[in-house]
Design a protein around this ligand. Structure first.
Ligand code: KIV
Length: 271
């Protein structure tokens, strides 16, 4: 059922207001028109066109190869399917690190060509001046701290971040810098739930957790993970709400059997 009919659009101020009202923010990823429209009809508040597309959609080993042109293509496809939710574009690795001019130009492409509502960038204090520039240019920014997959070469793996007191203090400082720079919300990925609780309590902007426990202001998952479509690995923080890859295999095998046995099509399905 399409639940979007009588609902008003989600905007950046509404996302901020949800934290004030204690209403949890529901976020998921999408990379194409069809999934985006189904999520939008299911009252998801925020749809992230994540650079996880690189792994989940394109079959790459990491998110690093994802390009600006690929990202804009995915965002345009998602935009066509969304009437209500806030659409956020993930800025690809190396699209915002080179210099401020290039960052503004790249972020601007998402707003001009794909009509997104906001962009997301991984990083803390070091990217705060860039966040400020984008926000001042009219481009809302979502931050991303904790496990930052674009830093996989530095981190050496996808382990839980902020586990020591020292790292937790760095993360808190980064979170405050991102907030001060004007970000409207912050993704916290794979950090201890007590740290996520503290960050959430100390920030006025909403936190959106993925593997960060129950106290964040909202939650995000990779849609293909929670639907059981991406089966290469299943992080502990993913809850599977369906087993669609298995359903698809069963459906395709039924179709295949019917074709081989001359059971499909029948005369009702013919002209
Ligand atoms: O790329 C992505 O899908 C993300 C989410 C996991 C937060 O960054």
């Amino acid at each position: 059922m399409d639940k979007t009919k009588n609902l008003t659009n989600i905007t950046v101020p509404k996302i901020i207001d949800m934290k004030k009202r204690g209403e949890k923010i529901v976020a998921l990823t999408a990379y194409d028109y069809l999934f985006a429209s189904i999520l939008d009809q299911s009252s998801v508040d925020l749809i992230l066109v994540g650079d996880s597309a690189s792994m989940v959609f394109a079959g790459q080993k990491t998110t690093l190869p994802y390009t600006m042109d690929e990202a804009v293509y995915h965002c345009k496809s998602v935009r066509r399917g969304v009437r209500r939710a806030l659409v956020v574009a993930d800025m690809p690795f190396m699209s915002f690190q080179v210099n401020p001019e290039e960052t503004i130009k790249n972020a601007g492409r998402f707003f001009k060509e794909a009509e997104v509502d906001a962009v997301k960038m991984e990083g803390g204090e070091t990217i705060a001046p860039t966040i400020r520039k984008l926000v001042n240019s009219g481009m809302p920014v979502m931050g991303h701290l904790g496990l930052m997959p674009q830093s996989i070469r530095n981190l050496g793996g996808y382990s839980v971040q902020g586990k020591t007191d020292e790292h937790a203090q760095w993360l808190l400082k980064d979170a405050k810098a991102v907030e001060k720079a004007g970000a409207f919300c912050l993704v916290l990925e794979k950090i201890p739930h007590e740290l996520a609780k503290q960050v959430t309590a100390e920030l006025s902007i909403p936190t959106i957790g993925i593997g960060a426990g129950p106290d964040c202001d909202g939650q995000i998952l990779v849609t293909h993970d929670m639907l059981g479509l991406y089966e290469k690995f299943k992080p502990k923080f993913v809850r599977r709400y369906a087993e669609l890859a298995q359903d698809i295999r069963e459906a395709v095998s039924s179709y295949s059997g019917d074709v081989k046995d001359n059971e499909f099509p029948n005369l009702d399905e013919s002209f």
